[in-house]
Ligand binder design. Structure first.
Ligand code: BTN
Length: 259
């Protein structure tokens, strides 16, 4: 559970290390507005206003990993989704290293990482679009990994877990080591994505996808759809097969997969 002060991330990362902040995503956005460089990482021991997807809270006590990566290339709009899959792959790889040997580590659409079917990590991407170019001025990729603890989830929400709850001990609960592994895996994934495109990222994600080919429930703001998780399209959308109806392409929503 150490939060070492000596973490050296490889170039081009630049690490901003904080004891406590409202939200590392909010801080990364503030730094972006002040001109912080590409690959700035904001890492905090705890957050007072951690943000989850769809306006939810991300409970952020000591002992877990909370960080955000600022990306500054002129990324076209569709890349936001693709990069969140690069991040999910990196998280799943890093969690697999620290989880007890033989643990089942899966990804769940769009960007959750599960251990033994329970959510251990979430990713929140936010960006500032440039209306003139149609690209993002910057993107902030926020990642939370439950290491020491996990929230008690409310009725109907997806079950949560942490590395500690799964039985990891000692160095496997080192927050800095998790950030180190994850940041390096993300850099490797970013290079793959830049050189070879989304194809290999998508395949890597699909190899770990929970529920592929099986029944899923998708909760959208105004409807709940039951179908079969058929595929992930080339933009990162979930393709849902419906009984006797055309496929639905899902670009936002919460997916529930039966245990
Ligand atoms: C989700 O709802 O699954 C996404 C959770 C994202 C949480 C991380 S913690 C670090 C970063 N800062 C935030 O405020 N949120 C993200």
């Amino acid at each position: 559970m150490n939060h070492k002060k000596t973490l050296q991330l490889p170039s081009p990362y630049r690490l901003v290390e904080l004891e406590c902040v409202d939200s590392t995503n909010a801080e990364a956005k503030r730094l972006a507005e002040q001109g912080a460089p590409d690959c700035t990482i904001v890492w905090a021991k705890s957050q007072t206003a951690g943000r989850g997807r769809r306006g939810r809270e991300w409970v952020s006590g000591d002992g877990n990993l909370y960080f955000s990566i600022l990306l500054r290339m002129p990324y076209p709009m569709e890349t936001m989704t693709q990069l969140s899959f690069v991040a999910a792959n990196a998280v799943a790889d890093a969690v697999q290293v620290a989880a007890p040997r033989g643990s089942f580590v899966n990804v769940k659409w769009p960007n959750d990482v599960l251990v033994e079917g329970k959510k251990i990590s979430g990713i929140l991407m936010e960006g500032e679009p440039d209306m003139e170019t149609g690209a993002f001025k910057w993107l902030v990729l926020g990642i939370g990994v439950n290491i020491a603890s996990h929230p008690v989830v409310e009725e109907g929400a997806y079950p949560a877990t942490s590395l500690a709850a799964q039985g990891s001990t000692g160095a496997d609960l080192d927050v800095a080591a998790m950030l180190d592994t994850l940041a390096k895996r993300f850099l490797a994934g970013l290079a793959t994505w830049r050189n070879l495109g989304f194809g290999p990222i998508r395949r890597h994600w699909l190899a770990r996808a929970k529920g592929l080919g099986g029944p899923v429930t998708v909760r959208l703001p105004n409807e709940t759809i039951e179908g079969v998780f058929g595929a992930l399209d080339e933009k990162g959308a979930l393709i849902l097969h419906l009984d006797g109806q055309p496929n639905r392409t899902i670009t936002a929503g919460d997916v529930f997969i039966p245990f």
